[in-house]
Design a protein around this ligand. Structure first.
Ligand SMILES: O=P(O)(O)OC[C@H]1O[C@](O)(CO)[C@@H](O)[C@@H]1O
Length: 449
C-alpha cells in the first residue's frame, strides 16, 4: 500500500516514453548503489533503513523527554538551523497547523523556532513572546558548532538562568547533537543537560526522522511511531521495486529528463498553506544534495493560490526553464460549504452548492492546464490526506528521489562543501580564532564590493 501517487500526465507533451526507457539502466544502477551502500557518500545513508529499524529504547527516551517538556513548560524553544529545524517545523505545520501555537488545547506546549537566523530583532521579539511563560529549550546541532544555533542558545541559556537559576536552567535544556564530538556535546556532558543523539550516518537534511525532528513532533502530540511506520512503508515501496511500480524512480527520472531539456528550475508547489514549510524542508534536501559541480536543479517553491497573484505571471510567461511539482492533497481534514446568499451582490452565486475545497481543487486543475499550455511541465505528487503515515512516506519518497537523482548526475548527495564558503568569509570578518590569515584579506575585499 502506498500513500503517494506520482502523476506524470502533465509532462506527456514534454517527455517521450522512450526517454524514460533509455534512463532505466542508469536508474537501476543508482538504486543499487544507494541500497547496497556503494555509492558516493555511502557513510551517510543510514536513513535508508532508519525508520524500519528504529531503536525502541531511543523511542522511549524521546517520549520521556517530550513528556518532561510538556509537564514542565508552556513553551518549547527549538534552536537549530537548516536540517536541524526545517523537518520539525514542516512536520508541525503538516500534521497540526501553521497556527499550531494559537490553536492549542488546554495544557499543550507551544513550540517556537529560533537560531535559524542572526537577527537581533527576531530574537528579542521571541523573548517578548515567551514573556513570563515557563519555557524549555531543545538546542539541535549535529556539528555542535553552527554559529546561528550556538549564538542563539547563548541568549536563551542566559534567559533560562536568569529565570530558573543555573541548576533550574540545566534541567530545562535538551541538547540534540553528535554522540561523542563537538562543542555542544562537550558542553552538554559537562553541564549535565539531557541529550539526544544525531546519528553519525545521517546528514542534517536527512535527519527529520531521528531525534532531531521526532522530539519536537512528540512534544506537539504527533504520533511519531506512525510517522516512522510511514517511512518504513516508503522503504518497502521504493527500495527494490522496479521503474514501472516505483514512484520515487519515476519522479527522479522525470526531473532528470526535464533538466536535460533545459528545465533547470523546479517549483515545488502546493495548495495548502500547511505545506509551505514542507517546501522549505524540500528545498534544503534538494539544493544541498544536488547543487554541486556546477550541476543540479535549482529548487524553488510556490504557495498557491497566493503566489499566482505575485509571481504567477513569471511562471506563465517568463523564461521557459521552469517545471512544477505540485503536492496535491485529495482529501482535506474538514471542508466548508460555500455560504448561500439571496442577493448575490458579490457575483459568486455560481459557487453555491460547492465546497471551498472543491473550488481549491478546481483552481489547481485549471492552473495545471494553464501552466502546461504556457510551457511549464507539470508533475504531481498526490496524497490522499495529511496524516502521520503519509508524512513518513513523503519524507522517504523525496529523500530517496534526490539520492537517486544526484547519483544520476555523478554527484555525492550527502556532502555540502559549498556551505563552507560563506562561513569562511563570515568567520574571517568576525575575527574568529583560526581565521587570522584570511581576516585581512576579506576586510580588503569588503572595501571593493
Ligand atoms: O546541525 P548543524 O551541524 O548545526 O548544521 C545545521 C545545518 O548547517 C549545514 O551544515 C550547512 O552549514 C546543514 O547541512 C545543516 O543542516
Amino acid at each position: 500500500m502506498t500513500a503517494i501517487q506520482f502523476d506524470s500526465h502533465g509532462v506527456k507533451t514534454f517527455i517521450k516514453e522512450h526517454e524514460y526507457e533509455e534512463l532505466k539502466p542508469q536508474l537501476a544502477m543508482a538504486q543499487k548503489l544507494l541500497f547496497e551502500k556503494k555509492g558516493a557518500g555511502s557513510d551517510y545513508t543510514d536513513w535508508v533503513n532508519w525508520a524500519s529499524n528504529f531503536d525502541q529504547q531511543e523511542l522511549q527516551e524521546i517520549q520521556r523527554l517530550a513528556k518532561k517538556v510538556q509537564q514542565q513548560s508552556k513553551v518549547l524553544v527549538v534552536i537549530g538551523i537548516g536540517g536541524s529545524y526545517l523537518g520539525a517545523k514542516m512536520a508541525l505545520d503538516f500534521m497540526k497547523s501553521p497556527w499550531y501555537n494559537d490553536l492549542l488545547e488546554d495544557g499543550q506546549t507551544k513550540i517556537y523556532f529560533a537560531g535559524n537566523n542572526l537577527s537581533a530583532m527576531a530574537l528579542q521579539q521571541l523573548l517578548r513572546v515567551i514573556g513570563d511563560q515557563d519555557f524549555s529549550v531543545n538546542v539541535i546541532s549535529k556539528s555542535g558548532q553552527t554559529t546561528e544555533a550556538a549564538l542563539s542558545f547563548r541568549f536563551f541559556k542566559q534567559a533560562l538562568e536568569e529565570r530558573y537559576g543555573r541548576e533550574g536552567a540545566v534541567d530545562r535544556i535538551i541538547a540534540t547533537t553528535d554522540q561523542k564530538k563537538g562543542t555542544l556535546r562537550e558542553e552538554a556532558d559537562t553541564a549535565g543537560y539531557e541529550t539526544l543523539v544525531v546519528p553519525d550516518g545521517i546528514g542534517g537534511r536527512f535527519s527529520v526522522l531521528t531525534a532531531v525532528g521526532l522530539l519536537p513532533m512528540a512534544v506537539a502530540g504527533i504520533d511519531i511511531e506512525k510517522v516512522l511506520a510511514g517511512a518504513a512503508a516508503g522503504e518497502e515501496n521504493y527500495r527494490s521495486a522496479n521503474f514501472s511500480s516505483n514512484a520515487a524512480l519515476q519522479y527522479a527520472a522525470s526531473r532528470r529528463i526535464l533538466y536535460d531539456k533545459g528545465y533547470t528550475t523546479e517549483i515545488l508547489a502546493s495548495w495548502e498553506p500547511s505545506l509551505q514549510y514542507f517546501a522549505e524542508w524540500w528545498k534544503q534536501l534538494m539544493g544541498e544534495s544536488e547543487g554541486k559541480n556546477l550541476k543540479g536543479i535549482y529548487p524553488s517553491s510556490a504557495n498557491y493560490s497566493t503566489d499566482l497573484h505575485s509571481f504567477g505571471q513569471y511562471i506563465q510567461e517568463g523564461r521557459r526553464d521552469l517545471f512544477e511539482t505540485v503536492v496535491r492533497v485529495d482529501e482535506v481534514a474538514s471542508d466548508l460549504d460555500v455560504p448561500k446568499t439571496p442577493e448575490n451582490s458579490d457575483g459568486l452565486a455560481y459557487l453555491e452548492g460547492k465546497t471551498l475545497d472543491q473550488v481549491n481543487q478546481t483552481a489547481a486543475d485549471g492552473v495545471a492546464i494553464a501552466h502546461i499550455d504556457g510551457g511549464v511541465p507539470n508533475l504531481a505528487v498526490r496524497i490522499a490526506k495529511q496524516d502521520e503515515r503519509t508524512l513518513g512516506e513523503l519524507i522517504y519518497f523525496f529523500e530517496m528521489s534526490v539520492a537517486i537523482s544526484a547519483y544520476l548526475f555523478g554527484i555525492n548527495p550527502f556532502n555540502q562543501p559549498g556551505v563552507e564558503a560563506y562561513k569562511t568569509a563570515m568567520f574571517a570578518l568576525l575575527e574568529k580564532p583560526g581565521y587570522e590569515s584570511e581576516s585581512q584579506l576579506y576586510k580588503e575585499r569588503l572595501k571593493n564590493i
